[in-house]
Design a protein around this ligand. Structure first.
Ligand code: NAD
Length: 506
């Protein structure tokens, strides 16, 4: 049964409800009673409080996950898949509530968050099929012997997520670790915990106690998870500085850990002069994820490199088109672009806009507050900067907000050098009608995921992840399944069977 639209989403989905952590099949507060206050980014109003886990809570969660792991592994892929099927049904039943919680708590427009919930189904259904089809290898390494590979789960996996797609990350990113027989302790961002804590109820209904444990909290809880001796596999989505810190802290724990890091991006969209301008402008806006999460996306094409022959037309068309997007309260149906997640992040993004102006880029439109949005909300009208130079702060650093920089280019090699000139390499896109130019350019762009005549879309089964400081490891694909398994080779020396046969058969 799908939930119906309600008049007052905050009263319905937040008011009077409790948001608790899930540890060992029980809904609990932090052991020391610590809490985090939750604010509505659309209005600034205080909404509720959620538990703030400390090291003691992480300890309990890891112990619960460790205790549940052997029975979970013993279920096999088929047994575990049955839990996935129930989880899939529950996501459908709770679609509206989960989407609204992300709109209320994170500020992403509710229209887009319904799509985020819908996207989850491909992952919930896809991982069991991939896991069922997994095989090992028989390796002809030496004649007369048998060498084969076997896989075993790590045990307890720690998963730490970023703030920008809270429900989608919490519902889909743990799945490959679970289907491979690991149990889980997951920590959402302290800025956007509500949908993950609501999702805990669905995990509780679909999975055995202790298989999925959810702790809400900040960096201290994350650090306790990263340094815990039992947690040998950490999967992290977040910023480059936190990713680097996690690498260091994991090493300092004295335990060798397997880390996957999905980090930031400052992604280049490369536009050749032969394109259809309308299509490319739509692609640039879509690729910025403006009407999904206000550009707060790792994969956003925030650096648009446009050939000078069509540069002025591109900038003018993009400015016109951006003017059609309605900025407003995230949980209203008419809103295309919501507020930024927090006042601190708003101040950071507003600082980037100021620096762009101060360094001499042309602010073509936006960057200010919309006149008709609530005073306390963290709203910024999508900003379009032209005449950006690569050395400017807005041209170099990840802004993670609704700010697009457009650069003109003339020389192909210099443009490639500029596109590859940062320490980040998550995504890139190439826009041209010429097949040779498209593929040669895709080959030269240093990024983990390159689109040709598209942007931002990626599908279950295709490996997603970054090069350089954008991360390590690939998600959403068979590579990721293997990354939750330790490989073992069984090497059997096969002797001449005659002696054994003589003993056996007399
Ligand atoms: P963040 O690094 O501030 O926080 C991410 C998570 O790390 C949060 O849950 C936070 O509580 C936790 N954390 C903080 N300190 C920690 C510590 N010392 N030990 C362990 N955990 C700790 O990032 P954010 O602001 O939530 O998210 C934005 C960043 O995430 C951007 O850089 C964005 O590009 C990146 N991101 C990347 C991807 C991807 O797939 N590559 C996807 C989404 C977001």
């Amino acid at each position: 049964m799908t939930e119906t639209l309600v008049q007052d989403p905050i009263a319905t989905y937040v008011g009077g409800r409790e948001f608790k952590m899930l540890i060992g099949g029980e809904f609990v507060d932090a052991a020391d009673g610590a809490e985090i206050e939750v604010f509505d980014p659309s209005t600034g109003a205080a909404l509720t409080r959620v538990p703030s886990a400390g090291a003691a809570d992480v300890e309990r969660a890891v112990a619960a996950a460790q205790a549940a792991q052997p029975a979970w592994e013993a279920l096999g892929v088929a047994g575990r898949s049955a839990c996935f099927a129930r989880f899939d049904e529950l996501l459908t039943e709770h679609r509206e509530r989960l989407a609204m919680l992300d709109a209320i708590d994170c500020g992403n427009p509710v229209k887009a968050m319904r799509i985020d919930v819908d996207i989850c189904h491909a992952y919930v259904r896809g991982w069991p099929s991939l896991a069922a089809a997994m095989t090992g290898d028989v390796i002809p390494a030496s004649p007369g012997n048998l060498h084969y590979t076997a896989h075993r789960p790590y045990g307890v996996v720690g998963r730490i997520t970023a703030f920008n797609h809270p429900l989608m990350f919490a519902a889909t990113r743990p799945l490959p670790s679970l289907i491979t027989g690991n149990t889980l302790v997951m920590k959402p961002s302290p800025d956007t915990s509500l949908s993950t804590l609501a999702l805990a109820e669905l995990f509780h209904e679909a999975f055995p106690p202790g298989v999925v444990n959810i702790v809400s909290g900040g960096g201290d809880a994350g650090d306790a998870l990263v340094t815990h001796p039992v947690v040998k596999r950490i999967a992290f989505t977040g910023s480059v500085p936190t990713g680097l810190l996690i690498q260091r802290r994991a090493a300092e724990s004295g335990h060798v850990k397997q880390l996957s890091l999905e980090l930031g991006g400052k992604n280049a969209m490369v536009v050749f002069p032969d394109v259809d301008l309308d299509e490319v402008v739509e692609g640039a806006i879509y690729g910025m994820n403006l009407d999904v999460c206000q550009g707060q996306s790792c994969g956003s094409n925030s650096r648009v490199l446009v050939h000078r022959r069509i540069y002025d037309q591109f900038v003018a068309k993009m400015a016109d088109r951006l003017g059609e997007y309605r900025v407003g309260v995230a949980y209203e149906e008419s809103t295309d672009v919501g507020p930024l997640v927090s006042r601190a992040h708003y101040d950071r993004v507003a600082g980037f806009v100021e620096s762009g102006v101060a360094e001499g880029a042309t602010l073509v439109r936006g960057g200010d507050r919309p006149g008709d949005a609530p005073e306390g909300g963290n709203f910024i009208v999508p900003a379009l900067f032209a005449d950006v130079r690569p050395e400017m702060k807005i041209g170099r650093e990840e802004i993670f907000g609704p700010v697009v920089s457009v650069f003109p280019w003339d020389d192909y090699d210099a443009m490639i050098e500029q596109a590859n000139g940062l320490d980040l390499g998550l995504t890139a896109s190439v826009w041209t009608h010429d097949l040779d130019v498209a593929h040669k350019t895709a080959d030269r762009l240093d990024a983990g995921y390159v689109w040709v005549n598209d942007s931002t879309r990626h599908y279950f089964g295709t490996p997603f992840g970054g090069s350089k400081n954008s991360g390590t490891g690939r998600e959403e694909s068979p590579d990721e399944l293997l990354s939750y398994l330790e490989q073992k080779v069984v090497h059997t020396r096969l002797r001449d069977p005659q002696a054994a046969l003589a003993r056996m058969l007399g």
